[in-house]
Write a protein that binds this ligand. Structure first.
Ligand SMILES: Nc1ncnc2c1ncn2[C@@H]1O[C@H](COP(=O)(O)OP(=O)(O)OP(=O)(O)O)[C@@H](O)[C@H]1O
Length: 257
């Protein structure tokens, strides 16, 4: 079970979703989803491949429009605001993608400089340098400052990707399959990093994954997405104490395949 480190404030909702539905033609992917992200928590959305986890993240970030329901992020209904407001809102959200999305032709330092120079033009060169070193230290990779992404391991690239997101000091972090394609030891390191980020940067996060070890070690709360709806919500232990056969099967195959 995850060690509780930061206080979670259930009176503050950073994301609030009610009755969300999304279909693509005859494919009814999300069939009525309710979700609250509380201040300070790591919320894991668990589900098999193709259950609509990425669709959910895209709707939260305004990349896809819901068919029905309300999706409020930091007080804004994402499908009702202008593009300009949406762009401003996205600056408060950090995205950690499956691929680390680094620019291969830039050094680590240049990769980290890029979002700052583009979005925080008022910063001095010294302030930018300080921010870069601070965030690299935060992800334990200060020594990679002048390296190229191609010189880094998959786990290190993932860390730099997270650092590039953190440098904008987001209020919300969205992690899309943070441990996909990593070896078991690197997975543990990334899970620990997600918890360190929660503590150090005071972020509230949604982590979407089908990796039970990741869910168990990072989630303050876990929501199990099954056939377009949340079948169970609670701590990892509470969710898997369920007698729902679909949840038991998911558990069994995760740890025995
Ligand atoms: N823009 C789109 N147009 C049509 N179908 C889509 C679109 N986006 C997603 N889908 C479909 O929605 C379903 C859910 O996709 P999604 O990527 O959200 O799954 P997931 O749970 O994130 O799976 P994985 O773990 O494999 O990434 C899939 O069947 C996918 O083909």
């Amino acid at each position: 079970m995850k060690k509780q480190s930061t206080p979670i404030d259930e009176s503050q909702h950073l994301i609030s979703i009610k009755g969300l539905k999304k279909s693509f033609g005859d494919l009814h992917i999300l069939r009525g989803i309710d979700l609250e992200l509380y201040k300070g928590e790591n919320l894991v959305v668990l589900g098999r491949s193709g259950t609509g986890k990425s669709v959910l993240i895209k709707i939260i970030s305004g990349l896809l429009k819901p068919d029905e329901g309300m999706v409020e992020v930091l007080g804004y209904e994402v499908d009702k605001i202008s593009i300009k407001e949406l762009q401003k809102l996205r600056l408060k959200i950090g995205f950690s993608f499956q691929s680390s999305a680094l620019y291969d032709s830039m050094t680590v330092k240049e990769n980290l400089e890029f979002p700052l120079v583009r979005n925080s033009a008022h910063l001095t060169k010294k302030e930018i340098e300080f921010a870069i070193e601070d965030v690299l230290e935060g992800v334990g990779l200060l020594q990679a400052l002048n390296q190229m992404p191609s010189e880094l391991s998959g786990g290190q690239r993932k860390r730099i990707g997270i650092a590039r997101t953190l440098i904008m000091r987001p209020e919300i972090m969205l992690y899309d399959e943070p441990t996909a394609g990593l070896d078991p030891i690197t997975c543990i390191e990334i899970n620990n990093l997600i918890n360190e980020v929660q503590e150090k940067y005071n972020t509230s996060s949604i982590i979407i994954t089908h990796d039970l070890t990741c869910a168990k070690s990072t989630g303050d709360r876990v929501m199990m997405l099954l056939e377009g709806r949340f079948a169970q919500t609670g701590t990892f232990e509470e969710v898997f104490a369920s007698e729902d056969e679909r949840i038991q099967t998911f558990y069994k195959y995760n740890f025995t395949s």
